[in-house]
Design a protein around this ligand. Structure first.
Ligand code: AMP
Ligand code: ZN
Ligand code: FE
Ligand code: FE
Length: 281
């Protein structure tokens, strides 16, 4: 069993990169990848710790991509090494956009009569600030009872304080990752909210513009959907990956490697991804 989709304190997870690797080892995982939102900041620490404890490890990043439609598009990029100079300027642009967006979300909350400041937010976050940090702060301040309520009332797409953040088109994001000799993979395809037929067509189009893989194993994919993705990947010659999207205490029901206890990502996913990376590097 492996886990190729996880978050650390470099973005909105609550385990440091080092703690994450140690947990993976303790849980008996055969391989891990770290895929923080819009940052590679945590990769070096994870990479070095993985070496120390002898855990097969891949470097990754997760980027939000522009998508017209009800759902949302996240692109994973996988790499062999933690230093990825080719994508740093793009990530910096995304991080600046995130700062502006956080400021706007804070303003919207303030306009709704909630006393909240960016400084308070910066105090509780160690890396890239995202909506989970705002949700935690709203709970801490007693504005809402739960993290989930914060998303429902204020932070989810279309809610009162929501501000979109995607800047890159799918083509731009895929090209960025390929230029850095990485493997671009569509994360959790269910969040696109497309029908099977439309998703097939869309994946085929993405393949034409350079997509190399699809995250078929994901805790919120039911068996039928996973099977559909496995078949589609085979037809379109895409590799298959999978992961839990572990965020530590920010998604307390999601366990590393196991997701909501229904997840089991085979070692072959790691091996195929690693082989592909070695081939293109
Ligand atoms: P951001 O990068 O700021 O857009 O935040 C994205 C993160 O927010 C996701 O990776 C999840 O961790 C979390 N998230 C998004 N929607 C929800 C939701 N409805 N409930 C709980 N967490 C969510
Ligand atoms: Zn997240
Ligand atoms: Fe995601
Ligand atoms: Fe994620």
């Amino acid at each position: 069993m492996v886990d190729l989709h996880t978050h650390s304190t470099a973005s909105d997870g609550t385990f440091t990169p080092k703690e994450l690797i140690i947990l993976a080892k303790k849980e008996g995982l055969q391989a891990l990848a770290l895929t923080d939102h819009d940052t590679t900041q945590g990769l070096k620490e994870a990479y070095l710790t993985a070496k120390e404890v002898d855990l097969p490890f891949l470097c990754g990043v997760e980027i939000s991509v522009k998508f017209e439609g009800p759902g949302h598009f996240h692109l994973l990029g996988y790499f062999l090494k933690p230093d990825i100079p080719e994508i740093q300027s793009t990530l910096e642009v995304l991080q600046k956009a995130r700062d502006t967006r956080n400021q706007k979300m804070i303003e919207k909350l303030q306009q709704a009569g909630i006393e909240i400041t960016l400084e308070e937010l910066e105090e509780i976050a160690q890396g890239e600030i995202g909506r989970p940090h705002i949700a935690n702060l709203l709970v801490k301040k007693g504005v809402v009872k739960t993290f989930e309520e914060a998303f429902q009332k204020y932070l989810k797409k279309g809610a009162l304080a929501y501000v979109p953040k995607a800047l890159l088109s799918p083509e731009e994001a895929i090209n960025q990752i390929k230029q850095a000799k990485g493997v671009p993979v569509l994360a959790h395809p269910f969040t696109l909210k497309l029908s099977y037929a439309d998703l097939y067509k869309y994946l085929s189009l993405l393949k034409d513009i350079g997509l190399m893989g699809v995250e078929a194993y994901y805790t919120e994919h039911n068996q039928d959907f996973t099977r559909f993705l496995l078949e589609t990947a085979q037809k379109l010659d895409l590799i298959v990956t999978g992961g839990s999207d572990f965020h530590g205490a920010n998604k307390p029901d999601i366990k590393l490697g196991k997701g909501l206890n229904n997840l089991s990502v085979p070692l072959s996913c790691y091996k195929n991804l690693k082989n592909l990376l070695e081939k293109i590097n």
